[in-house]
Ligand binder design. Structure first.
Ligand code: PPS
Length: 568
C-alpha cells in the first residue's frame, strides 16, 4: 500500500476577504434555511470531507449515484448528497440562479449556484440506495416524510464553517487532521467509526486493529445525526473522553465528525471509507452490520451481516484505503480477557452483554460489570439515562372524536398525580385547539401541524423528566410516527389506541358533532368525511364498549408499570 498523500485536500471555501464581500452580496439573494442534515452535509462538502464533490449533486450525477454509485464522470460515490427543498421555495428558483444557504440563526454559510432543479423519484432512490422502499428504514422514512419534494444541485461556494459551540477543540477538518498526522509523522492511521459509547470490547478491537495494521489509531465518532434513539452525542463524547485516557496518547487520537448518517449499511460503509481517506487515514475498520438500520417492516435485517465488509473490500483499491475487518470480541471468563469470538475453543465461559441488554440494565438501574465497561463510562451513561421509573415519558392517546380519549386521559392524569413523583401535563385535543392551535382548521396540513405542536411540547416535557398525556385524534400514521421519533430521543412514547368503533362514537355523539357532520354542516369530519388510520402496533389498545373509564385508565397504568415507567 502506498504511503498517504497528506497534502491539503481541496476545500470549497473562498478567501476571508472574498467571503466578507460575498456575504454582503448574498444578502440580496433568495435564501434557504438549511435543515440539520443539510448543515452536516454542507460542512463536509465545504471542508473536503466529501471530496471530490464540489457541491450538491446535479441530476445526472444523482442518477448515476442512485443507479450504480458513480458520478457522471465515473467517479465512485455511493451516497446522494442533495439539497432538498419545498415545492413552494423551488417555484421561484431557476437554474442559473444563486441562492444563499443559511444556518438556523440566519448566518450565510455558502452560496449554491443552481444548475439543476428536479423532482426526484423517491421510490427509485429508496430502492437504489437503501435497498427497499420501506419506511422502517430511517433514511427512507426521512426521504418520504421529512425531505423536500424538489432537489437543487450545483456547485457550492463556501463562506464560513457552520458554528459549533460544543467540543470545539475536538472537531477537525480533513486538512487539520492531515496536518496533525504530518506533524506527528503518522504515515499509517486506522480510523474507527462509531455512533455508540465505547466499552472494553471496543477498546480491545481497536487495539488489535491498530496492531494488525501497524498503524496509529484515530477514534472518529459521528456527532452529526445518527440513528434515532441513539445515545446523544454530548453524553457519548464525555464517555469517549473517559475512555481515551486508557489508550496510549502517543499512538491514538480522537476527533469528532459532523456527519449525518443514513444507516445505509454497505453503501454507507463505502461512503465512510471515502470520508476517512479524505481525512488522511490509510486504514478503516468495518464491522459486522456496519451502519445497519435494524429490522425492516417484515422483522428481517435490511442487509446481510457481512455485506458492508464485502462492499468496502471490493472497492478499497479504488478508494485508496485498506479495510481492517472488525472482529466480534467476547470476554473469556477463565482468562479474564477479550478475544475474537471466532478464535475461542469450546468449553470456556464466554460472557457478552448485547446493546439491548445494556439498555435494559441502564433502564432498570441494574449492575453493569467492570469486565464489560469502564466505571467512568457507566457513571456517565447512568447520569443521562436514569432508570426508566425516574425518566419522563409521553402517553399518546389516539382515536375517533368521542371515543373516550379525553375522559380516560383525565382519569389517568389524576391517578398519576395521586402517585406523585413527576409533574403531569395533559394536552387534550380540545384544549390544545383552544390555546396552542387556535388558528388551525381540520385539513390534513393543519391536523399535522397541530399534532407536531403537541409532539414538540410533549417532547420538551419528556426531556425534562415530566409526564405528558396527549389526547388528540391524530388520524395519520406518519405524523404519529414522527412524533414518536421526536419523543423517543428523550423517553418512552406509549401509544394508546382508544379503539371505540365509529358506530359507537356516532351512537354516543356526546357533542352532537356527528349529526352535524352527517348533515354536511361540519366538513372534513374524521370517520365521516375524513380518514382515520388506526395504529397497527400501538403499545396498548383499549376497548371502551362495556368497560368503564376507571378500568380503561387502570389498563394504561398496568401497561406503564410493565414498561418500567412507574413503580408498582
Ligand atoms: S386532530 O385531527 O388530531 O388535529 O384533531 P384534534 O385536535 O384532536 O381535534 C379534534 C376535536 O375537534 C372537534 N372537531 C373535529 N374533529 C374531527 N374532525 C373535524 N372536522 C372536527 N371539527 C371539530 C372534535 O370535538 C374533536 O374533539 P374530541 O375530543 O376528539 O371529540
Amino acid at each position: 500500500m502506498q504511503l498517504p498523500n497528506l497534502a491539503p485536500i481541496p476545500e470549497l471555501y473562498v478567501s476571508y476577504e472574498s467571503a466578507q464581500k460575498l456575504k454582503v452580496e448574498a444578502g440580496e439573494l433568495p435564501s434557504w434555511d438549511l435543515t440539520p442534515r443539510q448543515i452536516c452535509d454542507l460542512e463536509l462538502l465545504m471542508n473536503g470531507g466529501f471530496y471530490p464533490l464540489k457541491g450538491f449533486l446535479t441530476e445526472e450525477d444523482y442518477d448515476g449515484v442512485v443507479a450504480n454509485m458513480r458520478l457522471k464522470d465515473g467517479t465512485l460515490w455511493p451516497m446522494p448528497i442533495n439539497l432538498d427543498v419545498s415545492e413552494k421555495f423551488a417555484e421561484a428558483i431557476e437554474p442559473g440562479q444563486d441562492i444563499a444557504l443559511r444556518d438556523p440563526e440566519g448566518v450565510i454559510l455558502a452560496i449554491l449556484s443552481v444548475t439543476d432543479k428536479w423532482m426526484p423519484d423517491k421510490t427509485r432512490e429508496a430502492v437504489g440506495v437503501y435497498g427497499a422502499d420501506d419506511l422502517a428504514h430511517p433514511a427512507v422514512n426521512y426521504l418520504h416524510n421529512t425531505a423536500g419534494k424538489v432537489y437543487l444541485g450545483g456547485p457550492v461556494t463556501g463562506i464560513q464553517q457552520p458554528v459549533h459551540y460544543d467540543f470545539k477543540a475536538r472537531r477537525d477538518t480533513p486538512n487539520e487532521l492531515r496536518a496533525y498526522f504530518r506533524k506527528l509523522g503518522w504515515r499509517r492511521v486506522v480510523a474507527f467509526q462509531t455512533r455508540n459509547p465505547l466499552h472494553r470490547a471496543h477498546q480491545e478491537l481497536t487495539f488489535r486493529a491498530a496492531r494488525e495494521a501497524q498503524a496509529n489509531l484515530l477514534i472518529h465518532p459521528v456527532v452529526g445525526m445518527t440513528k434515532p434513539g441513539d445515545v446523544d452525542h454530548f453524553t457519548r463524547v464525555r464517555c469517549y473522553e473517559a475512555v481515551l485516557d486508557k489508550y496510549p496518547s502517543a499512538t491514538t487520537t480522537m476527533s469528532l465528525l459532523n456527519l449525518a448518517m443514513r444507516m445505509a449499511g454497505p453503501r454507507e460503509a463505502l461512503w465512510h471509507s471515502i470520508i476517512r481517506k479524505n481525512h488522511g487515514c490509510t486504514h478503516f475498520i468495518v464491522g459486522r452490520d456496519h451502519a445497519g438500520p435494524g429490522k425492516n417492516s417484515a422483522g428481517k435485517d435490511f442487509y446481510g451481516p457481512y455485506e458492508a465488509q464485502e462492499m468496502v473490500r471490493a472497492h478499497q483499491a479504488e478508494v485508496g484505503i485498506e479495510m481492517v475487518d472488525f472482529k466480534h470480541m467476547v470476554y473469556v471468563q477463565e482468562r479474564a480477557q477479550y478475544e475474537p469470538a471466532d478464535e475461542i475453543e469450546e468449553g470456556v465461559t464466554v460472557l457478552n452483554i448485547s446493546g439491548t441488554e445494556l439498555r435494559r440494565r441502564l433502564r432498570e438501574g441494574l449492575e453493569i460489570p467492570e469486565w464489560f465497561s469502564f466505571p467512568e463510562v457507566v457513571a456517565e451513561l447512568r447520569r443521562t439515562s436514569p432508570p426508566r421509573a425516574n425518566q419522563g415519558f409521553t402517553v399518546f392517546f389516539t382515536g375517533f372524536s368521542g371515543s373516550g380519549k379525553s375522559t380516560i386521559a383525565n382519569a389517568l392524569m389524576v391517578k398519576l398525580m395521586e402517585m406523585g413523583g413527576r409533574p403531569v401535563t395533559l394536552l387534550d385535543g380540545d384544549v390544545v385547539r383552544k390555546n396552542l392551535s387556535s388558528e388551525l382548521g381540520f385539513s390534513k396540513e393543519h391536523r399535522d401541524l397541530n399534532i407536531r405542536r403537541i409532539g414538540f411540547v410533549a417532547s420538551e416535557i419528556t426531556k425534562n423528566g415530566g409526564i405528558a398525556i396527549c389526547a388528540p385524534i391524530a388520524p395519520y400514521t406518519a405524523t404519529r410516527r414522527a412524533v414518536r421519533e421526536e419523543i423517543e430521543q428523550y423517553g418512552a412514547f406509549v401509544e394508546i389506541h382508544v379503539a371505540t368503533s365509529l358506530e359507537e362514537c356516532e351512537r354516543r355523539d356526546r357533542k352532537g358533532l356527528y349529526k352535524l357532520a352527517r348533515e354536511g354542516k361540519i366538513k372534513e369530519f374524521t370517520g365521516i368525511s375524513d380518514p382515520y388510520e388506526a395504529p397497527v402496533h400501538p403499545e396498548l389498545r383499549v376497548e371502551t364498549e362495556n368497560v368503564d373509564v376507571d378500568n380503561c385508565a387502570h389498563q394504561v397504568l398496568l401497561k406503564l408499570e410493565s414498561m418500567g415507567l412507574i413503580r408498582g
